[in-house]
Design a protein around this ligand. Structure first.
Ligand SMILES: C[S@@+](CC[C@H](N)C(=O)[O-])C[C@H]1O[C@@H](n2cnc3c(N)ncnc32)[C@H](O)[C@@H]1O
Length: 412
């Protein structure tokens, strides 16, 4: 097995930038060494594993709680609802899903099968008018797919964003006028079009009367989710309201794959059996050679070259490729298709992708939440979701904000 890790690989595994790692090296927090043959500055794999262990230590007591009980019934309009990851999380926190919009028929079927009483509006958001919900909704939420604006310079206005799904999100907010609106997205939105896309969104929200709270990227592992997923959160508060929105406090305890799939603090039974995808024969022979927590670098050098092809010679650690997850670490971010190249997340003991129910557990969906459509459709819905527990923690922050708002102003 490979004994040393490059700076890039260590940076990916530890989840810190190379600059931070260089500083840590100077400060003695995590020391690099010289690789005996090349004399490059590298990290001993055992040092990195020892360093990571306490971060994922399961015995840490978690005294952090974001729990907040709603003083009233608060109504949510969830846009781009998918299979309901965020919606279920908000519901668990105590919010009421008044209506949900989603274009994908299988995701809508999932929502209807599990919550027959939810008002699921199936179809393209562009075709819906939400004016009848004006002043009926406390919070509009939505994970609008990220698209560039044709940015003509200066400050972006709402009409310049026409044709994008963010425009639709903002249009619905203007129609419904909630106290607060929350967009969620991938971390990549921070750097999308050199930051212009996000800046454009902030200036549009400002134009339509919403003041944007400093944007934050929340790490799901800090919110009772056994997965290293991140979500960017964009919060707008209606300008007539002078109340601070506080993001949920990060928890100290980090859950791992064992917590996801076995009976324990997250779930009160082992993961139910279910169908799942299989690896093609060649990929299986490759992954058979990878130990838990290992990845393509653990292959013999000739196989590394063969499997990685051109990518072998490119820079970067690519620690997510041909990856087998270990029981005592959180899963890497799940994607919409579990056998796809570059993002393999192999089961720790068996050489196969996670099953549908294992996928759902890693995203903290309850076992009762069933997904409609083919196996591929089910993986897609789960891979697209906001982890339920992250949604729940965010829900507490929304409730805290709304409790304060209604305690200071007259109820609707
Ligand atoms: C990132 S997913 C949302 C995940 C969801 N928030 C959850 O937690 O499960 C984005 C969703 O937007 C939906 N979508 C894309 N274009 C849409 C449109 N024009 N109208 C309505 N929904 C759309 C997609 O089908 C997808 O389910």
């Amino acid at each position: 097995m490979k004994e040393y890790l490059s700076l890039s690989e260590t940076s990916e595994l530890v989840g810190k930038s190379k600059e931070t790692l260089r500083r840590w090296d100077k400060e003695g927090i995590l020391n690099a060494v010289r690789e005996p043959v090349s004399n490059y500055r590298v990290y001993k794999k055992s040092d990195v594993q020892t360093f990571l262990k306490p971060l994922f230590d399961n015995n840490i007591e978690d005294e952090v709680s974001n729990f907040e009980k709603p003083d009233n019934e608060y109504a949510v309009l969830e846009l781009f609802a998918g299979a309901g990851g965020l919606a279920v999380g908000l519901e668990k926190a105590g919010l009421k899903c008044q209506a949900l919009n989603e274009i994908d028929k299988w995701a809508c079927q999932t929502l209807r099968n599990n919550r027959p009483h939810w008002n699921v509006l199936e179809g393209d958001i562009k075709d819906f008018d939400f004016k009848e919900l004006e002043n009926q909704i406390d919070v509009v939420t939505g994970g609008f797919p990220c698209q560039a604006f044709s940015y003509a310079g200066k400050k972006l206005g709402l009409k310049d964003a026409r044709g994008t799904l963010f425009y639709e999100f903002a249009r619905v907010v203007t129609e419904v006028k909630p106290a607060i609106c929350i967009g969620e997205n991938v971390r990549g939105l921070l750097s999308h079009d050199n930051g212009n896309t996000l800046q454009g969104m902030i200036s549009i929200l400002d134009e339509i009367g919403y003041k944007v709270v400093p944007v934050k990227v929340l790490k799901a592992i800090q919110y009772r989710v056994p997965q290293k997923r991140e979500r960017l959160i964009l919060v707008g508060i209606r300008k007539d309201i002078d109340i601070e929105f506080l993001y949920p406090k990060p928890h100290k305890k980090i859950y791992n794959l064992k917590d996801a799939l076995k009976k324990g603090p997250l779930f009160n039974s082992d993961v139910p059996k279910s169908l799942g995808a299989k690896y093609p024969e060649y990929k299986k022979t490759i992954l058979d050679l990878i130990p838990p927590k290992g990845y393509w670098r653990d292959l013999p050098i000739e196989l590394q070259k063969e499997y990685m092809g051109g990518s072998f010679y490119l820079g970067g650690g690519k620690t997510g490729m041909a990856r087998r997850i270990g029981w005592d670490e959180p899963s890497l971010t799940l994607t919409c298709s579990p056998a796809q190249k570059q993002t393999e997340r192999c089961h720790p003991d068996e050489t196969r992708p996670f099953t549908v129910r294992e996928y759902a557990r890693i995203q903290t969906f309850p076992d009762e939440w069933e997904f409609a459509g083919s196996i591929a459709q089910q993986y897609k819905q789960i891979g697209n979701a906001v982890p339920v527990n992250l949604g729940q923690e965010l829900g507490y922050s929304i409730i805290k904000f709304l409790n304060q708002y209604y305690s200071l102003s007259k109820p609707r």
